[in-house]
Design a protein. Structure first.
Length: 269
């Protein structure tokens, strides 16, 4: 997987699927404490139909330097720079959690560069309570036993059904501990430190492209009620609630997520 210079960063990214002169690629933007590897459950299926690009955000994965100062403005510059470096005039943006917030902000700032927006498990802005949650998790990451910390994080990401299989939970913890590019405590602290810059709402009125907002039926971080309340005055936003999934919607229900993205993009081709 290649690396490309984008401003002060060497951005590591994954690119798979057929390239097209007529159809923009999909850029998958990960959430807090995640990198391009977080999209593994959906990349194989999406890349059968689309040109898929999944970068490691600053402070994650193999993008360097790491850690580095983080903010919404910095990440907006990273995304614009990545598209410039890859010579992409436009793209479909698919963001999860913080990646959804970043996708909203980028589309508001650069509406001419976004063909469509899929916001998964995230609103256009972050609530202060979520900033406090991730700052607390960042402090704990430096102090706790790593296995206990990852086990606690799973409770914010997965539905109760996930925990009915103890072997599955332990396998997830072992997998997180053994991940070669797992985020360091220092990088998580830098990333969490920049999360407050997402509190202010982007200029959503500038967003003119097709928009799909999704969340899991059991998501505790971006609940269906939050989704409905945020978009009740934006009827142009298509909403979809995925049954049986919590915040890590693309891990618990990858087929449903792929189907929703493909149907949405095909309908607005």
């Amino acid at each position: 997987m290649p690396t490309i210079d984008v401003g002060e960063l060497a951005v590591h990214y994954r690119r798979e699927g057929p390239r097209s002169d007529t159809r923009p690629p999909i850029i998958l933007i990960a959430g807090m404490a995640s990198d391009s590897g977080s999209w593994q459950p959906v990349i194989p299926a999406l890349s059968r139909h689309f040109d898929v690009i999944a970068p490691d955000n600053r402070c994650t994965g193999q993008t360097t330097p790491n850690p580095i100062a983080n903010s919404r403005d910095a990440m907006l510059g990273d995304l614009a720079g990545l598209m410039d470096a890859l010579e992409l005039p436009t793209a479909h943006l698919v963001g999860h959690s913080m990646g959804a917030m970043l996708s909203w902000a980028f589309t508001a700032r650069h509406p001419e560069r976004v063909s469509s927006l899929v916001a998964i498990s995230g609103l256009p802005e972050v609530m202060p309570v979520r900033v406090d949650f991730f700052r607390t998790m960042a402090r704990m990451r430096a102090q706790c036993d790593p296995a206990d910390w990852f086990r606690l994080l799973l409770h914010a990401l997965f539905s109760p059904a996930f925990f009915t299989d103890r072997a599955r939970v332990e396998a997830a913890v072992i997998g997180a501990l053994g991940y070669a590019h797992r985020q360091t405590p220092e990088a998580l602290e830098a990333q969490a430190g920049g999360l407050a810059s997402f509190i202010s709402s982007p200029e959503v009125a500038r967003v003119q492209c097709p928009i799909l907002a999704m969340t899991g039926e059991l998501d505790m971080l971006t609940t269906p009620a939050m989704l409905h309340a945020r978009y009740q005055d934006l009827p142009e936003v298509e909403q979809q609630i995925v049954a049986g999934a919590a915040h890590a919607i693309h891990w618990e229900q990858p087929d449903a997520v792929v189907s929703a993205i493909k149907t949405f993009l095909d309908s607005h081709a």
